[in-house]
Ligand binder design. Structure first.
Ligand code: UDP
Ligand code: MG
Length: 309
């Protein structure tokens, strides 16, 4: 018998815990045919509602349910990492608790693993039910990201992914603190089959991602998988030096030919504002990388466990 680990990060998902469990089992009939055992790891990311109690209720009836509870909210990336570390399965699948990752896809995903793929990933081809502004910026992010990073990050890719133990171990070998899983999947490589599906709206509860949280997350993604912004800062520095030299030459020549080097303070104010803006912008870019390095060298744990059942 082989083992399939299902990892479910949960943050305030009390309404979804039981629904998810039943929906998963309903679609899990292929597991018996294939002689695969199941373990379900609910990773409670410091929920403040009854999530933990709901999982414990399931656990009382079903030994295959496990609970790992964090001491506070560490974020979905930390929950995924904890789940992967905890999983014992020969195959591991990551799924959201809100049923936005349809369990009905599992049999098909597994069939590709049988065909020899190392990992089966999913992407949603529509963003139905999502605010227009959010979709627009999401698309923009993916376009930008794929221009400035060597690691491919697929637009619409979900974290819903079935992997073999080999891929899981590869991901776990990346022990970085700033974890951007969408990039890590691409970075480790392996043979990946992509499945597409129409966006499913969240069953109950609400999304944990505000626009601001997503914006900060996108900056995490960029700094974690590209150093191009640093190069842009250097190039801007060179360009502005070049322009400054030109202006100096023009001013000197004008003084020599026409005896009039200055043409008032408005131009000066504009130039000072522009240059100081560019300087602060570049300093900000450097600061972003410095802060990530700072967090990385502290070597703090990615998450802390309160309860492990
Ligand atoms: N999640 C988590 N920690 C967080 C935020 C979210 O573990 O800090 C979980 C959440 O419970 C859900 C999954 O990550 O199972 C996806 O979150 P959500 O549905 O809010 O994101 P969306 O689908 O809107 O992108
Ligand atoms: Mg969701």
């Amino acid at each position: 018998m082989s083992l399939l680990s299902v990892i479910v990060p949960c943050y305030n998902e009390e309404e979804n815990i039981a629904d998810f469990y039943h929906e998963l089992l309903k679609n899990g009939s292929f597991l018996e045919e294939k002689r695969i055992e199941l373990e379900i790891l609910y990773i409670d990311d410091g929920s403040k509602d009854g999530t933990v109690a709901e999982v414990k209720k399931l656990r009382a009836e079903d030994e295959r349910v496990h609970l790992l509870s964090f001491s506070r909210n560490f974020g979905k990336e930390a929950a995924i990492y904890a789940g992967l570390q905890k999983s014992k399965g020969d195959y591991v699948v990551l799924m959201d608790a809100d049923l936005q990752d349809p369990p009905a896809l599992l049999p098909e995903m597994y069939s590709y693993i049988e065909q020899g793929y190392d990992s089966v990933a999913t992407r949603r081809v529509t963003r139905k039910g999502e605010p227009v502004v959010r979709s627009f910026f999401a698309r923009l992010f993916y376009r930008l990201m794929n221009h400035i990073s060597k690691t491919e990050i697929v637009d619409g890719a979900r974290d819903y992914r079935l992997m073999t133990r080999q891929v899981v171990d590869a991901i776990l070998s990346m022990t970085e603190y700033n974890r951007f899983t969408k990039g890590i999947f691409g970075w480790v490589g392996f043979e990946t089959k992509w499945l597409e599906f129409e966006n499913v709206e969240r069953k109950k509860g609400e999304t944990k991602w505000s626009f601001w949280k997503l914006f900060l997350y996108s900056i995490d993604g960029i700094t974690a998988f590209s150093t191009v912004p640093l190069a842009i800062a250097s190039i801007m520095g060179v360009v502005f030096c070049f322009v400054a030299f030109l202006l100096i030459a023009v001013t000197i020549i004008r003084k020599l030919l026409f005896g009039d080097p200055t043409s008032g303070w408005p131009s000066l104010v504009c130039i000072i504002s522009l240059i100081s803006g560019v300087q602060l912008f570049c300093l900000g870019i450097v600061g972003q990388y410095l802060s990530k390095t700072y967090m990385e060298v502290k070597r703090r744990p990615v998450y802390l466990v309160k309860e492990d059942i």
